[in-house]
Design a protein around this ligand. Structure first.
Ligand code: ZN
Length: 302
């Protein structure tokens, strides 16, 4: 049973908008792509977890503190006899293992996920001990991407390779034991201890209105080659069609996300969407979909 669902990383929607509307620096782009890829991998893992039929409580994406250290767990699963923690890696392509280190094929060393997950496990053990729970903690690194290969992989049952995923989950389903009230108490406690936000704020790119591409991006391929044809917005790139109203609402929400402090007036949204010629049409859509505040010339939407 899923006890806590996963939320997308809070900065992801904003980075997605910025990526379509401006040229991100190489560093920001890398950060954005890694975030997107990591989240995609976690969602893939969640699909496997959702199908589990054994008695268990699953908590996705936990942020906790132990010994003055904040740590994050991709997924935690409480079963009758063991707590499993999962570090999900969405690596694709070829990697190799040598002298207890992980490298990509260019020879660049990457953070050893085995060290990462064992550190997380020890922090969690200490936290549970303080809270009076003494279930054993087992940790796994899940390589979720089927296009991942690790050459010279160590024989280590902490690593679950893509070809082992189905068998691993199948084995979990054969766990015979039942959960008690105490297991539910533990899940409740972990939720209670969960931090709302990381003390380390993500470093987001700086941007200004004038720097950003205006228009409505295609909902499917994100291209700006979109034109208005009657009631529809049509993409020149992939032929995807969307009702003008829904496209304008989507673009207006993007504006709100990027500029939360700005008052969103008809004029601004008209300029922001750029491809809808009539201001009246924009006003009609905003009136219908947002709450108006202010008066006359100072009317804006929330
Ligand atoms: Zn398109």
């Amino acid at each position: 049973m899923i006890y806590k669902h996963r939320q997308q990383p809070s900065e992801l929607p904003l980075l997605r908008c910025l990526h379509t509307r401006m040229n991100l620096s190489a560093e920001d782009k890398k950060y954005y792509f890694n975030l997107e890829k990591g989240f995609e991998g976690e969602l893939r893992f969640d699909l496997f977890a959702k199908e589990l039929t054994c008695e268990c409580l699953i908590l996705h994406d936990l942020l906790l503190t132990s010994n003055n250290t904040t740590f994050q767990i991709d997924s935690l699963m409480i079963t009758a006899e063991t707590i499993f923690i999962y570090e999900v890696k969405n690596f694709s392509g070829d990697y190799y293992y040598e002298s207890e280190k992980f490298f990509n094929m260019r020879g660049t060393e990457i953070l050893n996920p085995l060290h990462q997950v064992s550190r997380t496990a020890s922090l969690l053990r200490s936290l549970l001990f303080k809270q009076g729970f003494n279930l054993p903690v087992d940790c796994k690194v899940i390589f979720i991407n089927e296009h991942f290969t690790l050459y010279q992989a160590p024989v280590n049952d902490t690593l679950i390779h893509p070809t082992q995923l189905k068998t691993y989950f199948h084995k979990l389903n054969t766990l015979p034991f039942l959960l008690t009230k105490r297991h539910h108490l533990l899940a409740e406690k972990l939720l209670e201890l969960q931090l709302d936000a990381s003390p380390v704020k993500p470093k987001l790119p700086s941007y200004q209105y004038d720097q950003l591409e205006k228009g409505i991006s295609c909902a499917k391929c994100h291209s700006f080659s979109v034109f208005v044809d009657g009631r529809k917005c049509v993409c020149n790139n992939c032929t995807h069609e969307e009702i003008v109203e829904s496209a304008v609402v989507r673009a207006a929400k993007e504006f709100k996300l990027l500029f939360p402090k700005e008052k969103m007036s008809t004029g601004i949204v008209h300029d922001w969407c750029s491809i809808v010629r009539s201001k009246k049409r924009i006003k009609y859509i905003l009136d219908k979909n947002f709450n108006a505040a202010g008066k006359n010339r100072w009317l804006y939407y929330e």
